[in-house]
Design a protein around this ligand. Sequence first.
Ligand SMILES: [Zn+2]
Length: 149
Amino acid sequence: MKLKPRLKGLNEVKASATPHRKVMDSLRDAEFRRNLQHQKAVHSPITARDAGMGYQGPDMEDKGHKDGSCNRTACQMPLKGKLQFWMPIMSTTSGRNYYCADCERAFREWDEQMVRRGENKPGGYGLDERGYRCRPDEGNEALYESNYV
Ligand SMILES: [Zn+2]
């Protein structure tokens, strides 16, 4: 026959419980860390990236412009002096939205899957001859040369 364990007395329960102050400290620490992460995500695209988060602040004034900020809202990393890629703005005939190399890579990986599935037709509407949405900016050539000479 199995015996029920003896019930703990109130003093035993109190002694084994996490002290209230300790619980409040860890809750306060967790809230502090959450607020700090949020501030980093809102402060700038760079601090957001350093914190491993998507940017959550207001749009940069130069969002999507050449040498401005990446056009992906959760990125918006500065583009000047870096490799940059553009997508045609489909509502205009000459407009471009610019993206950073990391976002271009993510778009390209997605587009490669879409080409394999036959959903992106190379040369199709808004796509280049590979079936990708993003094209390298003409200024990238000079960056490659200056980096490797
Ligand atoms: Zn980006």
